[in-house]
Design a protein. Structure first.
Length: 150
């Protein structure tokens, strides 16, 4: 699984111009599921994101997790995160999991993240053409890949 995690002061997602989810201060997580991902990837990634210390403490040092900061999280599926650009100018998405495999892992990741942060995690609509709006706070943007475990 590959995730782009953005610290936001607010974020929302709409489908066809109709809002489907929004959060205030917290994390926007764009999530791409690959063909070789498993349940363990979802568990590891959710825990890693929930515990990342990227929110400011009293001294303005990035020393607090989203939980400690009282923040929210919004998860949006994004298969294009699995793009390969090795050959030519047209990205290949062959590494992205098909919906029948990706949806259960996307849902499992979202449930795990909800458990980790202790609050419901709203989502976009899997497979839909979505419009994502955000105010990136910092900006802080981090890419995490469950296969690299950095």
């Amino acid at each position: 699984m590959r995730a782009v995690v953005q610290r936001v002061s607010k974020a929302s997602v709409a489908v066809g111009g109709v809002p489907v989810a929004e959060i205030g201060r917290g994390l926007l997580v764009l999530l791409g599921v690959s063909v070789d991902d498993a349940e363990e990837d979802a568990r590891w990634l959710a825990a890693k994101i929930a515990r990342m210390r990227i929110f400011a403490d009293e001294a303005q040092a990035m020393n607090r997790s989203v939980v400690e900061a009282g923040g929210e999280a919004l998860v949006v599926s994004q298969f294009t995160l699995q793009a390969s650009t090795r050959k030519g100018n047209r990205p290949s998405f062959i590494a992205a999991a098909r919906p029948e495999a990706a949806i259960p892992l996307y849902e499992s990741f979202t449930e795990q993240l909800s458990t980790e942060i202790g609050r419901p995690v709203p989502t976009g609509r899997f497979g839909a053409d979505m419009q994502v709006a955000l105010v990136n706070d910092g900006p802080v943007t981090i890419v995490i890949d469950s296969k690299l475990r950095e």
